[in-house]
Design a protein around this ligand. Sequence first.
Ligand code: NAD
Length: 508
Amino acid sequence: MAASASFEENLAAAARHLARFGAEPTLHLIDGEPAASLSGETFANGSPIDGVHLGNVAAGGSADVAAAADAAWASFEGWSRTPGEQRKRILHAVADAIVARANEIAVVESVDTGQAIRFMSLAALRGAENFRFFADRAPAASDGLALPSAHHLNYTSRRAIGPVGVITPWNTPFMLSTWKIAPALAAGCTVVHKPAEWSPLTACLLAEIALDAGLPPGVLNVVHGMGETAGRALTEHSDIAAVAFVGESATGSLIQAQSAATLKRLHFELGGKNPVIVFDDADIDRALDAVVFMIYSLNGERCTSSSRLLVHRSIYDDFTERLGAKLRNIRVGHPLDPDTVIGPLIHPRHCDKVRSYIESASAEGATVVEGTGWAGAPAGGNYVTPVLFTGATNDMRIAREEIFGPALTAIAFDDEADAVALANDTDYGLAAYVWTGDVGRAHRVAGAVDVGMVWVNSQNVRHLPTPFGGTKRSGIGRDGGDWSFDFYMETKNVSVAHGDHPIPKLGG
Ligand code: NAD
C-alpha cells in the first residue's frame, strides 16, 4: 500500500500513474466513452505541490451535460429494472476493482489534492467499503411497509427516482463521490457526476473502474468543468430528477435557486464550524489527541473538522499549552512522504484565504500559536504552517467562518450552559464533539447542541448505517444506511380495499 511504501516508491508510482493525465487531456466519460467537450475547450489542472501543470481537462458546458443526461436517461430503465441481486454483484465487482487499484487512486488523489498519502490510502479503501455497504443493501432497497387500516391494506414500495446529478468538492474527492454514487447506483439510479474543477483526476479513475467492472455504459457518466457552467447546467437539466451536492453553503443556496424551475429533489452536505467541547472532568490525554487529529488531519480541509475548541476555563491554559507543544511536532511536507501529516492546500486561492485568517486573528486580538512549517517547501506549492488561535472569543471571524485549513480557534467557557450556548452560537450545525467523564452531562450536552451528529469522547468515527448530515447552514437531508435510499428513491403507497367499506353515494 502507498502508506507503507517509501517516499521514493510513492514518487515513482506517481510518475507512472500521472503520466497519462499529462500526455492527453482528461476527458468526460459519457455513455461509456471518453468524450472531449463539444466546444473543444479545456482547463489547466495544476499541482498543489509545486504548481506544476498536471495536464488539461475537458471543460464541459451545457451541451456536454445534455449528452450525459441523455445517456443517463437512456440507461435508466435498464439499470433500474436490473434485479437487485445483479446490481449487488456488479457493485461488489466495482469495490474489488477499487481495492485492486487503491494504490494508484491514493497516489493520484494525493498529488491532485495535496492530501497526505497516509490518509489518502485509507480513503481509497473507504471508497470500496462504501460500494460494498450499499451493494449489500441493493436487493432490499425497494422493500416497503405493510400498513393495514380498518378496510384497506396499504403497502409501500420504493423505486429509483431517475437519473441524478452528483456534484462534489475537492477535499477528499474519491471517497466523497463514492459516498454519493454507490447508494445512487444501488438504488437503481443512473448518475451524471460533476467533480470539482480543482481535483478532477480520480473521478475519471472511478468511472473507468466501474465500467471495467461491468457497470453498463451510460449508468455512470462524468462531466468535468466549472461549477458555474457544467455544474449549473446539471442542476438546471429537466431530465435530472435529483441533485446530491457536497460543497460550500453559499453554493448550496445557488443550487437551490438554479434547480427551482425543474423542482428537483436536493440533498446538501455543506460547511461546518464544528465545536469540540472539553470539560475539566474529561480524559484530557484522549481529548487532546482527538482534538489534534480532528483539525490537523486531512489538511484541516474536512467538513467535520473540530475547528472551534471550547475548553473549560479551569483547564484552558494547560490544555492549549499542551496542544501548542503537539502542534509544533506535526510534520508539514510533501504529500507522498509517508511521514507527512499536512501537505499543501488545494489551490493558491484557498491558501491565501487560510492565511488571511492569521492576519484577522491578530487584528481581532487573538494570539497566534504557530506550528512548524516546511523550510524546504518547493516554490509554487500551497504550503501553510498549521496554527492555533488562543484567547479567542466566539464573535471573532476565526470563530464564525469556516476556514477549511489547519487552523484551530480555542475559546474558554465557564460552565455547561455557557459551553452549550457557545456551541450553538453559529450559523452551522454539522457535528459536535463532547469530552466529559460525567455520563449525565454527556447526554445533556449531546441533546442540547443543534447539530446533525455528536460524538461523545471520540473523534469522528463513521459507522455506515448511521445518519450523516447537518442542521442550519450545514445541510439538508441525511446520508448513510437507509437514509441514502430515501433520497435516491420515490416511495409509493398502494391502498387495496377489502370491499366492505362505505362509499359515499352522490347523485342518487
Ligand atoms: P464549492 O461549493 O466551491 O464546490 C463544490 C462543487 O460545486 C464543485 O464541483 C463546484 O464546481 C460546484 N459548483 C460551484 N458552483 C456551482 C453552481 N453554481 N452550480 C452547480 N455546481 C457548482 O465547494 P468546495 O470549495 O469545492 O468544497 C469545500 C466545501 O465543501 C466546504 O465548505 C466544506 O465544508 C464542504 N464539504 C462538506 C461536506 C459535508 O459532508 N457536509 C463534506 C466535504 C466538504
